[in-house]
Design a protein around this ligand. Structure first.
Ligand SMILES: Nc1nc2c(ncn2[C@@H]2O[C@H](COP(=O)(O)OP(=O)(O)OP(=O)(O)O)[C@@H](O)[C@H]2O)c(=O)[nH]1
Ligand SMILES: [Mg+2]
Length: 284
């Protein structure tokens, strides 16, 4: 299977590479081509070196959506997998799933972090509602309908999964628990944000929120979630927390000391933009 920028052609303003059997791979998306209201739900899955589990996990996503979205009057969906520079077989596995289900789309680019991948995926999505879903499925997509219910019930613009919601059921290692709790305490001290968890890998947005907020989100890696939520909050969008069931899937966490250091630096930069340069202007 050949994947290369030299094969790129432009379709609807997006540079794409057409695979031999017709699977479309989006590459080099520069322009903002997102079109709201074309379909009901877009699920964006950031994916880096997940070859071992991504095919199976995309099948799980597909099953869930087939079975439960109909009950929620969501008739159409797309899954956009953003694989930026994986060095394992992720791309082949995603392409296999995409060939079997045309609602799965593949976006590829050079590696620049989870946040950057989500932003990139948004550029080619077209759902009225947009979900961010981590590829490891620590948070199973069967929880999406609950998020949709919360959005309706609380008239919210954004619903975030929260490991610290009183109704959440959480299974993950102690070291990750401590890291997560410490980060949320730091956030509480630095920012006036009334959320107990900014980092969970399942979130639901109205399309318009991301359209307005993402251009002001500069972090490319894990602090992206925090910056996005601060920005949405400053602009007056209503964010509510949903309980989640988290079942840890990895043998070992991928978050290393280097990532913690990067998160700390990015968080300091967000503090500067939020409190000093007032980069996230409040909506009038
Ligand atoms: N496209 C892309 N996806 C990424 C990148 N880094 C992480 N991801 C994806 O983002 C999601 C969350 O990353 P994880 O490594 O699971 O982060 P985490 O859940 O905070 O930490 P652990 O599960 O403890 O390792 C997964 O789907 C990853 O594949 C990246 O640089 N590019
Ligand atoms: Mg994870």
């Amino acid at each position: 299977m050949k994947i290369g920028a030299e094969d790129g052609v432009t379709v609807g303003g997006v540079e794409v590479m057409l695979e031999l059997n017709g699977t479309v791979v989006y590459k080099g998306v520069e322009a903002d081509t997102a079109l709201a209201n074309v379909i009901d739900l877009s699920i964006i899955v950031p994916c880096f070196n997940e070859g071992e589990m991504i095919y199976e996990n995309l099948k799980k996503v597909e099953n869930v959506l087939e079975n439960i979205l109909y009950e929620n009057h969501l008739l159409s969906y797309e899954v956009i997998v953003v694989d930026d520079g994986s060095i394992d077989n992720t791309c082949l596995e995603v392409m296999k799933a995409a060939k079997e289900d045309k609602r799965i789309k593949v976006a590829r680019k050079g590696n620049s972090g989870k946040g950057s991948a989500l932003k990139y995926g948004f550029n080619i999505c077209s759902g009225k509602l947009v979900t961010f879903l981590d590829a490891d499925l620590d948070l199973h997509p069967k929880q999406i309908p609950l998020f949709i219910d919360y959005m309706k019930k609380y008239n919210a613009d954004v619903v975030v999964g929260s490991k610290r919601h009183p109704l959440s059921k959480i299974k993950y290692p102690l070291n990750r628990r401590i890291l997560s709790q410490t980060y949320q305490i730091v956030i509480r001290l630095l920012f006036n944000l009334h959320l107990r968890d900014t980092q969970a890998g399942l979130k639901l947005f109205k399309f318009e929120v991301l359209k307005e907020v993402l251009p002001r989100v500069l972090c490319k890696r894990y602090a992206f979630d925090l910056e996005l939520l601060i920005n949405a909050n400053r602009r007056g969008f209503k964010i509510v927390e949903s309980p989640v069931e988290l079942n840890w899937q990895r043998i070992e966490s991928r978050i290393k000391l280097k990532d913690v250091w990067r998160i700390a630096l990015d968080t300091a930069a967000i503090f500067y933009r939020s409190k000093i340069s007032k980069y996230y202007k409040v909506r009038k």
